[in-house]
Each structure stands twice: as structure tokens, then as C-alpha cells.
Ligand binder design. Sequence first.
Ligand SMILES: Cc1cc2nc3c(=O)[nH]c(=O)nc-3n(C[C@H](O)[C@H](O)[C@H](O)COP(=O)(O)OP(=O)(O)OC[C@H]3O[C@@H](n4cnc5c(N)ncnc54)[C@H](O)[C@@H]3O)c2cc1C
Length: 409
Amino acid sequence: MTWAALDQALAARGWRTPFRGPFSGAVATVGGTMAQHAVSHGTGAHGISAASVTALDVVLADGSLLRTGAPLVGGPPFERHCGPDLTGLFLGDCGAFGIKARISLRLLRAQADHAALSFGFDSWEALHAGMRAAALENVDDTHFGLDASMVRGQLRRPRGIRDTLGIARRIWRTTPGVRAPLSQLARMALAGERGMGGWPYLVHYIVEGGSRREADARAGRLRKALGAHGREIGNTIPTVVRSQPFERMFHVLGPAGERWVPVHGLLPHSRVAAFHADLERLLANHAETMRGQGVWIGTLVECVGSGGFMVELGLYWPDAASAYHRAVVDTATMAQLPLHAPNPVLHDWIAALRLELIALYRSHGAVQFQLGKVYPYASAMDQPGLRVVRALKAALDPQRRMNPGVLGL
Ligand SMILES: Cc1cc2nc3c(=O)[nH]c(=O)nc-3n(C[C@H](O)[C@H](O)[C@H](O)COP(=O)(O)OP(=O)(O)OC[C@H]3O[C@@H](n4cnc5c(N)ncnc54)[C@H](O)[C@@H]3O)c2cc1C
């Protein structure tokens, strides 16, 4: 079950899940996401993917079925907490502890109205201060910030007339009222790309409300928080994202057909400035190779709760597309993109850069989601924690049949 399919089925009944899925929800499954943790749609108000789960049915390595949450004591899957949180044990395990066969999620009524707003910031410090202040208000549903490279690379791709009309239709459908959709489209046409230009950092917020008044009141609180650090600009990007949360998967390649790999970390706010200074130094050391080889980096940021600031760096480099890209990118998009020859030397250089960046994140106290086999887990744990996790793995999967090697177990 993909997030897009779930969202569509619930929307037809006037419902939604609190966390609505990652941006990749057109192809990402609920099971895969719960196995790894994810953020994005709904994270502003409702936290990461795991926070929306009430219960799980997990198939263990010996074939038995473990039920967590209220079903553990014979109830329906309406409540997660009943003694130690067994549900949480299987969330973010990357499949190391068992296979999630059934996932129960909280439901909310879909809100009738919304507001979309965007702000430009002239420095990293201003972006961080503005987003931190906005997170403390706790009134948005979804938000994300981008640097100018990311905007140039990922959002300003040429769209065909059919795509543009499709977006306009969806905005019409998802903006309540008779005149509101028209004025929204007119505002977007006027602001267009110019409204976004010139800012090194942009941030976009989607606010939900039971009525226009409620959405506007919430947007007003955000305006005050963000306006102390940046300037409001045209809201084209969040309006399009609200109308179409789960885009086609063209973002897995760069705008000129480059390969892309993300590396991220969730930093405590207190370490964001020092992390950024060290990041600039690290990238300055590699600037010559990057320039010479056509490597570039775009940044995506999100606040997670009021304590954490997610910084995701997208690394782009010229290299041949893989079978994965041909499977998920539609053929029309693929046909328009330039082809690159395989570049194994640069591929390895990017892998090494990614490890260097992960070490930098960790040196500033960052945690990562989607740990898999790239981000250190077992090797980075303190001894009591590692003892517990190893004992759990030994009890649940003594023959190491579940996703061997993941989490370093
Ligand atoms: C363009 C793009 C945009 C993205 N945007 C976001 C974003 O906004 N936010 C974000 O957090 N991430 C994002 N991601 C990362 C990724 O899409 C998400 O982590 C997504 O949730 C992964 O889901 P999946 O179904 O593809 O998982 P998979 O990659 O198929 O699986 C992930 C892991 O979970 C295990 N697994 C899968 N299903 C189960 C199950 N039922 N039980 C136990 N283990 C299981 C698999 O073995 C694997 O180890 C993005 C990725 C791309 C390519």
C-alpha cells in the first residue's frame, strides 16, 4: 500500500492520517516507511511517521504473529500504549526484528480549508531562526525549506502544458469557495518564478484549518514568527505541493539527468550553526574537485517537533542512470534528460564524501532515519544500549534471517 493510494482512499471518505507520507509517497509504501521512519507531509503538526501508529501485527522469524498495542491484551488496535511500547520496537528497525504485516494508524477528519505561505531568507542563520520560531508556534501541517541550488535544480524543471493544466485543475479542486481558487491561481501567475528569485533560502508552509478563518489565524501566527527573520514571497510552491502532495518520481535524477543521493541528519537546534560552519569548511576543501567534475549539492530542511532541525543534502553528479531510475522515472521524462556515461571513479568519490558528511553530522550530535546499512547504528551505540538491542535480535531472530546486516546487527 503506497501513501498516495492510502491518502486517496481516505480522502474519498473525508479522512486523513496525521502523518500523510514522505514526498516519495507515490511509490513509497507504508510498510517500508514504518520500517525506516520518515518525515514530510503532516510532520509539522503530527511528527514523524512512527507517531501516527497505534498497533502492529508483526511476523517474527519463527513464523509466529506478534500483535502490539491494545491487541496485545485482546482489544482492537485503537491504542498504542499498554505497558512497554512494543509497537515502537518495530518502528525504525529497518526490518531487522520482523515483518510488519498490518499497520494501524490514527485517523483525522480532513480539514476544509488551508493557507499556503512562503518566505525568503538572506542567510542560513535567518532561515534557521525563522523556522525555529515557526516550529515553536506548532500551527503548520507541513513545511520545508530549500536553498537556491535545490530550487533551481528540482523545482524549476520545465513542465509541459498538460502538467501545468493538471496542476491548475488540482488547485481548483483543492481550494474551497467560488472565487478563492481563481484568486489563488491569479496570485501565482503574477508572482510566478519572479516571486521566488534572488533569495539564497526559501521556506514553504501549508496550514490546515476547519474554516478559512481558522487557517488564516494560524497563518497569521506563522507570518509573525517568520516575518521577524525573512520576507514573505509568492506562495506558488506550497500551493502546488498542497494540491499534489505525491509528485511523479522525477526527483531521483537531477535536472540534467545527474545521479542524486541524499544524506541527512536531524540536528539539535543548539548545534545547527556549528554544523553549518563545519559543513562550509568541508565543502570548501572539496570545491575544486566538485567544480571540475560537475558535482553540486542542494539542501532541504525541515523542523521535526520543536527540538530538531533536519538538514538533507542532495549530492548530484554526472553518471549513468541505473535500472532503478528507468523503473521509477516515467519514459517521457527519461527521454528528455541527457544521458551520462558510467563514471565509477566519481561514483566512489561521492560514496566517500557521503561517509565524510555522515561523520560530520554525528560529530554534532545528529541522528538519522532510514539507517539501513549506510548510517552507523550498532557500531555507534553505547554499551548498555547495544547489549539490549543485540539481546532483542538474538531473541527475535536467532538465525539472523531478517534483513541480515541492517543496523549493523
Ligand atoms: C524522490 C524521493 C523523495 C523522498 N522523500 C522523502 C521524504 O519526504 N521524507 C522521508 O523521510 N524520506 C523520503 N524519501 C526516502 C524514502 O522514500 C522513504 O524512506 C520511504 O518511506 C521508503 O519507503 P519504501 O516503501 O520505498 O521502503 P523500502 O526502501 O522498500 O524499504 C525500506 C526498508 O524497510 C524494509 N521493509 C519494507 N517493508 C517492510 C515491512 N512491511 N516490514 C518490515 N520491513 C520492511 C525493507 O526491507 C528495507 O530495508 C524519499 C526518497 C525519494 C527517492
